[in-house]
Structures are given as C-alpha cells and as structure tokens.
Design a protein around this ligand. Structure first.
Ligand SMILES: Nc1ncnc2c1ncn2[C@@H]1O[C@H](COP(=O)(O)OS(=O)(=O)O)[C@@H](OP(=O)(O)O)[C@H]1O
Length: 381
C-alpha cells in the first residue's frame, strides 16, 4: 500500500515536471514565433532586407548580444553592464553587402537581458541621431564608433544605415526606427562614411535637424586611397594595379580624379559642400592617425565635442602588438579583450614610391586648403 502510494506520488511528480517543461517550451516557442512574425520589430522587416557595404558579420552577432543587454541605467549594477559589447569576438571579419541582420531582428530595441532572462525592453525613445560620423571612408570610422560605444551615454546603430545617401526614399520615420532606444541624456549616433562625399547628404541631414553634430575622421588621403584600394582588391583579386587606376596616363603622371579612391581624398571639396548647410562649429575633425597613436587623447576631444563626460580614457585601451593597433582592454563582464576585425588594420600592397609621391604632390594644395577650412593642420606631407 505504502509502496504503491510512493509510486503514485513519484509518477505524479514526473508528470508535473513534464507538464512544466512542456509549458515552458510552449512559452519559449510562442515568444520566438511572436518575434519571427515581426511583432517584436517596430519597423517593417522587409524594409531591412537591403544592402549596405562594409559590415562586419560577426559584428552583427556581437551587436545582437550587445543590444540584448539593457542600458546601464536600467540595471542596479551599472558597472558590470557598462561594456555593452562585452561578448565581443576579439577578431571579426567583414562581410560587405549584407544588410545588418540585427536591424531586422529585435536587437536594436525591444529586448533586454537581465540575469540571462530575456525581458521586453520598451524603455527609452527612438530618436534621430544628434551626432553622425559622416566620414571618411577608411578614415577609422569603425574604431571611433566602437570606442564611443563604451560610453554609457552613447547608443549607436552598429551597421551603417546609409539613409542620407541610399535609402532616403524610405523616409525619416524609417530612419528613426533603425535607431536604438535612448533615455534622457543619452546620445543617439550612427556612422555612414559615404555621407561625406554625397552631394545631397548635407541638405538632407539639415532637413532632419540642422543642429546635428557632424564628425569626420580624416586620414592622409594617400594612405586612405591605398586602404580603399586594398578593400576593393580583397573582394576582387583580379583588380588592375593601384597605379593603373590612380594615373590617367603613366607617362604624364596625371591623376585620375574620377576614381573614387582618389576623389574621396579631396576633403576640402567635400567639406565645401557641407559648409553650405552647416556652420564649421557643427563639425569635429578627428585625426585618423592620432586615433591610432593616441586613442584616448582623440576620444577626449570627441567626448568634449559631444558634451559628454570624459569616461573613455587611456585605461580602456592597450596596444596590441600582433595587430599593430590599439584595442579595447578586457571589458568588465567579459573574458576577452577586443580588437577590430581582420578587415580593419590589414596590410596594404606595396605601391611604387613614385606613384605615392605623385599622389602626395597632387593632394598637397587640397590638404592645405582643408587645413585652412578646418582650422587644423593634420601634418600630411
Ligand atoms: N584601433 C584600430 N584597429 C583597427 N583599425 C583601425 C584602428 N584605428 C583606426 N583604424 C583604421 O581604420 C581603418 C578602417 O577605417 P574605417 O573603419 O573608417 O573603414 S570603413 O570606411 O568603415 O570601411 C583601417 O584601415 P586599414 O589599415 O587600411 O585597414 C585602420 O587603419
């Protein structure tokens, strides 16, 4: 009797645990189904299945995890959560041409994770960016954005939205929906380096908000051109040589300004276009070279410009000898330090010195004009 009572109780316990497992599974599946059908997104999923260039695929994964963490202000232990990219891969790879998946998932907004349990996060508001990194391509824009994202008062879109150049037709609400939610006092940011060279971008940004702060990371236009070429070459190994693209004619040494790798480096020309719509005080020019040699110093200037407390400092960086670049020290709550992906800071092909010299001569007057316009001498010789 006693024994059969035990068995009944034992069976009942087993049934109970099976039922609770079953209901937990149902809840999890319902949640995922709910998300997959798009209800977790406030912007239509189909809009996001677009192409952007230069996006780190593993960055996506990291950012998904990253965005799944709640804002430090939402948690009691702000310190342990501050490094929102804490689960980062030390190395990432570029997968250009992929539209950022995390934008189509709920990562940019609704979710938060507290003690490992996903919870809905509808705190904060999606705002238009108050500051945009508008350029330049290959200047060091990814490094700057990643360094800024350490700051608890900065929330940024991980991928490049390309709204003011490619997707303007989608409308401002589409753009705003891409933004992460922010609390009062937090700054919303994005980076799309091609804005700097897009004719229509300044007026479009001004239509959104003429008070927008604009950050331009500039780098010696000669090195920048080689870096740009290196990126294209990595995608297309059959590309003609740098010199055959840079020079119209190898005998005369005339530079081909129609080649985008050359044209992007005419900073003075592009800035002129922006100055038609924004006063100089709205710009911060970050030295791409100093961002490598003295990241903390350059980050100090950036934080001042954005009106942020100087939180990001030299204690956040270390120089990674293997990579040859500054990387982020082991963030709290993460077991690994973080460097940018393999496509950032990669070796450049050898270019004949006379071609580089020819380019240097070509850029000199434009550089000097740019120094005058920006009020800063970047020392490119
Ligand atoms: N900390 C750190 N780690 C790695 N790379 C760094 C860093 N800081 C600046 N850089 C330089 O950034 C260059 C890439 O620039 P962008 O991120 O603007 O490129 S892109 O326009 O987004 O493709 C990249 O260019 P390449 O050296 O040609 O790869 C780097 O020189």
């Amino acid at each position: 009797m006693g024994c059969s009572g035990c068995r009944v109780r034992f069976n009942f316990g087993k049934v109970l645990s099976k039922v609770s497992v079953f209901f937990t599974m149902v809840l999890i599946f319902t949640y995922f189904f709910y998300c997959l059908t798009g209800f977790c997104d406030s912007a239509p999923r189909t809009l996001y299945r677009q192409q952007v260039s230069d996006y780190d695929a593993l960055d996506d994964h990291r950012r998904v995890l990253d965005e799944l963490r709640p804002s430090p202000r939402l948690l009691p232990d702000a310190q342990s959560q501050r490094n929102r990219s804490g689960s980062a891969d030390a190395e990432q790879v570029d997968t250009p041409g992929q539209f950022p998946q995390h934008m189509s998932e709920s990562a940019n907004e609704e979710s938060a994770q507290s003690n490992g349990i996903p919870v809905s996060n509808t705190f904060g508001t999606k705002r238009f960016p108050q500051a945009i990194i508008i350029g330049v391509k290959k200047g060091g824009t990814r490094a700057l954005l990643e360094f800024l994202r350490i700051h608890p008062d900065v929330r940024a879109v991980g991928a490049e939205p390309h709204f003011f150049d490619r997707f303007y037709d989608k409308g401002l609400e589409w753009y705003r929906n891409l933004m992460p939610r922010t609390l009062d006092g937090q700054i919303t940011m994005e980076k799309t380096p091609s804005y700097f060279v897009t004719k229509e971008a300044p007026s479009r940004v001004c239509t959104m908000n003429c008070q927008t702060k604009l950050i331009v990371v500039v780098r010696d236009p000669v090195t920048r051109a080689v870096s740009d070429y290196t990126q294209t070459l990595s995608k297309n190994p059959g590309l003609p040589s740098f010199q055959s693209l840079a020079l119209k004619n190898s005998t005369t040494g005339l530079i081909d300004t129609t080649w985008s790798a050359v044209r992007i480096g005419l900073y003075a020309k592009h800035l002129e276009n922006w100055l038609q719509h924004f006063p100089l005080s709205h710009f911060l020019f970050v030295s791409g070279e100093r961002l490598v040699s003295d990241p903390a110093g350059e980050m100090g200037r950036v934080q001042d410009f954005l009106g942020l407390k100087r939180v990001v400092s030299d204690k956040h960086f270390y120089f990674n000898q293997t990579k040859g670049f500054p990387c982020l020290k082991k963030p709290e709550g993460s077991s690994r330090p973080r460097c940018l992906g393999k496509s950032k800071g990669r070796p450049h092909p050898q270019i004949p010195s006379e071609v580089l010299q020819r380019l240097r001569d070509f850029y000199r007057p434009f550089n000097h004009r740019f120094y005058q316009m920006s009020g800063q001498d970047f020392g490119w010789e």
